[in-house]
Design a protein around this ligand. Structure first.
Ligand code: DSN
Length: 435
């Protein structure tokens, strides 16, 4: 039986006195995370060092501005921490400038749009329903309200060898026709390698800035592209979250090699779209970047991809269709229809959760069903890989998923599978259980 890290236990003890109502829910959530298998592609389990740096006295401080140029006194240690975070981010991704203040990936993209475009300017991106992101031009997101998104399509003909993948000829056509200020690449539900080099060639044809949002694949892109080609030197600007494959705290990050763009980005982050930086989160980002700079992080990223391929292949053998016929990265989209044409992603998500397998419903390219239902689920391997699971466990997980879905969520079957899931989890501790 694993034990927890002492700081987590101490926190719960303290909260049991200070605020028992919240303590109860936090204890239950810890138990939920420990006893279920996390397959949401954008989630991960952080180390105790990353986690507890966030829950610290650094939250007490206002530090508007940047190191050496703050609008409040008492920032000396915050300057040091933010400089370390910036230097580690630059070393990790191999670039010259980093802004570690964005509160999230969407905030990072908001700041980049402010730094590079005027209201009404056109940008090109992949549409949300094909794997893009809210902040890449959804009609009711700031990006679609204040700017003009034009979207490039995927290959939609089933006979095409690159079915459901980026159609670079179509990207070029859209870019030449609309001459956008910004060309965006990087996605939330795209399982294949992104050709940053081809995107840059296309952007250069019309003088557009190439913005790569690597929120999902950030960890894979570290160490000069250890498990996915790096967006540098091709992208003018790179945005990311820090909490997905990068395994840091919930937050955002913007990087570039261009000094002029770096100045505009700093101004856009603060005072453009944010006020005081979350210094406790920035310190935690620094800790996470420090962990990621260690050589075993490269091995971790490679194992994420090996596991994703193993899970995709096991599900294919069981009769599911993986879009694009596989994956090159940490995630896959599972088209449920070949197995059961009536089954929606919404039902699959609910049934799987009742068995302790956590994932999210997700549209597949050209999905006839609306986003509330969908014909697919999205699965990812960053969290299971953090727990130390490997290809053998991916086979087991595929079979557990299939048993839940074949049972049509039968409560007795799901209860039995939930016990098997808990037993598997007990053999693969979360980082906060190893100390
Ligand atoms: N919500 C994130 C995801 O799950 O992919 C994207 O921001």
């Amino acid at each position: 039986m694993s034990s927890h890290d002492p700081l987590s236990d101490h926190l719960l003890d303290m909260l049991n006195h200070a605020d028992p109502e919240i303590a109860r829910h936090m204890a239950l959530e810890r138990q939920r995370q420990e006893s279920t298998i996390e397959l949401i592609a954008s989630e991960n389990h952080v180390s105790p060092a990353v986690m507890h740096t966030m829950g610290s006295w650094l939250t007490n401080k206002y530090a508007e501005g940047y190191p050496g140029a703050r609008y409040y006194g008492g920032c000396v240690h915050h300057d040091a921490i933010e400089n370390i975070a910036r230097d580690r981010a630059k070393a990790l991704f191999g670039c010259k400038f980093a802004n570690v203040q964005p509160h999230s990936g969407a905030q990072a993209n908001t700041a980049v749009f402010m730094a590079t475009m005027k209201p009404g300017d056109t940008f090109a991106s992949l549409v949300l329903k094909d794997g893009g992101h809210l902040s890449h031009g959804m009609s009711i997101n700031f990006s679609g309200v204040y700017h003009k998104p034009v979207h490039y399509p995927l290959h939609y003909e089933a006979s095409h060898p690159e079915f459901e993948q980026i159609d670079y000829d179509a990207v070029r056509k859209v870019v030449l026709e609309h001459k956008p200020k910004v060309l965006m690449c990087g996605y939330s539900a795209y399982p294949r390698t992104i050709r940053f080099d081809l995107f840059r060639t296309i952007a250069d044809e019309v003088g557009a800035l190439l913005v790569a949002d690597v929120a999902h694949i950030a960890g894979l892109c570290t160490h000069n592209g250890c498990a996915h080609p790096s967006p540098f030197p091709h992208a003018h600007i790179v945005t990311t979250t820090t909490h997905k494959t990068l395994r840091g705290p919930r937050g955002g990050l913007i990087m570039t090699n261009d000094e002029d763009l770096a100045k505009k980005i700093d101004k856009a982050v603060f005072p453009g779209v944010q006020g005081g930086p979350l210094m406790h989160v920035i310190a935690s980002k620094a800790v996470a970047f420090g962990e990621a700079l260690k050589p075993d992080f490269v091995d971790y990223q490679k194992r994420i991809v090996v596991n994703a391929k193993a899970l995709a292949s096991a599900l294919t053998s069981l009769g599911y269709r993986i879009t694009t016929n596989g994956t090159d990265n940490h995630l896959m989209l599972v088209d449920l229809r070949p197995k059961n044409s009536e089954l929606t992603g919404a039902d699959a998500e609910k049934w799987l959760e009742s068995a302790g397998l956590i994932c999210n419903k997700n549209g597949i390219p050209n999905d006839p069903r609306p986003p509330k239902f969908t014909s697919g689920i999205r699965l990812g391997t960053p969290a299971t890989t953090t727990r130390g699971m490997g290809p053998a466990q991916m086979q087991t997980i595929a079979s557990l998923i299939d048993r839940v879905l074949t049972s049509k969520g039968d409560p007795a079957a799901c209860e039995k599978i939930r016990a098997e899931v808990a037993s598997l989890c007990s053999k693969f501790a979360m980082p906060s259980m190893k100390h």
